[in-house]
Design a protein around this ligand. Sequence first.
Ligand code: AMP
Length: 485
Amino acid sequence: MDNLKEQDNTTSESIDNKDTEKAPEVYFEDLDLSDNVLDALYDMRFEKCTPVQAQCIPPILEHHDVLGVAQTGTGKTAAYLLPLLTLLERDPHPADAVNCLVIAPTRELARQIDQALQGFAYYTGVNAVAVYGGNDGIRYEQERRSLQAGADIVLATPGRLITHLQLGTLDLSRTTHLVLDEADRMLDMGFAEDILSIVKQMPEQRQTILFSATMPPKIAELARTVMHNPVEVEIAVSKPAENIKQSLYICHESDKAIILKKIFKEQPPQRVILFCSSKQKVKELAIVLKRSGLNARAMHSDLRDEVMNLFRAHKVDLLVATDIVARGIDIDDITMVINYDAPHDAEDYVHRIGRTARAGREGSAITLIGEKDLYALSNIERTLKIKIPRAELPEGVRPPQTEPQHGRGGRSGGNGNSRGRNGGSREQRNSHGKRGGNDAQSKGRNEHRRNDKRQAQSSKPHGKSDNRPAAQKRPPKNGIGRKPE
Ligand code: AMP
């Protein structure tokens, strides 16, 4: 599970599932997922389920509604996409209807889900249309045409979805699966009414899956309104260790360097890690810090071990890195963590600051929040149920005018990405909306099909996402390379 965020100096507090961490490991191949989905997981080196996957996949496969409380980073996207793809392959579905609708609050999240979907659905005949791109007329027209051509799955942001519904370009009257991802965020952004009006256009008899990072009363109420006897799954919320002294500065992006100077003037850096959001920023900041006389080094992926060893040997005082490069750092005497850019979510925040105050030591974590980080901050504080103490800005530095605002920021959407994966058009499918026949038959032909699929990959217009390794043959069950028995 290399991709998953590691936990170090954190405490886990499960709301419901106190035993989540001790739960037995579940392998994907032990679940009743379709062969095509398992093939994609094999290519992607996904082997073991995360807790949210282990708990959500079986009830979704049994057509239950599922109410999941889980944050980004827990593997929740696969927790609903994998069983839904399996159901879309396995259950009879009309070939000319939108069978599944996935709604996400922002374009960024929709894009991430879309990328995951490209990977997981690669070998299936399931096709999808994403409507979350820019707001111009050309894009809208592309979306309209893609929707008209039909799709098993529509992935959308709420605002754009409403536009298509109002203009009659989208018909949800036969949509039998609905996913509301990051529902708490959608409500925060003012989409409650939109969601209810979207749901009203769908059949009463449907499967609804709702994921939320938190469970405030308004989400419980939404769940009561749109779901039927959902199976409830709650995943442990990581908490920062208590001996980390946390603080933050809310400032203009352009003042971050001044604040950093003030921090290092008060406490010259020693055993400090500074996190930036991008490789480029890491490089630039390390140069600036070195020029100001500090013993700083950037940690790049190609020089990772070398720089790490210098830091470990106390030859570097200040390590500048992205959290991806800094993953797996096992140093116990880090005194301070600075988030030069806000972490993306609570899981990242806890993970980053957990690099300090380890092995019973004290440590501090300082986060710089620029204008663009305000939403991430409110998300982190709400999820962790904490208020991080605000530090006083240096003299002459003015704060930005606003604290986080929740507007209807996700209204633009739609890029009209239409994909017929596996080279499949909907007309080619049988009356059950499937390309291949039943699962037993499909298993028998799998070997042959995988070879075909591999050959077809190079010519596919929307082939594998870039981050996927080359396809390999999934070994037979219980064969070499499979999970240990
Ligand atoms: P999510 O919470 O859905 O945003 O997923 C977080 C990250 O974990 C993504 O980069 C996924 O690709 C990765 N991931 C999800 N499930 C697994 C798994 N079972 N094994 C390995 N990586 C996973």
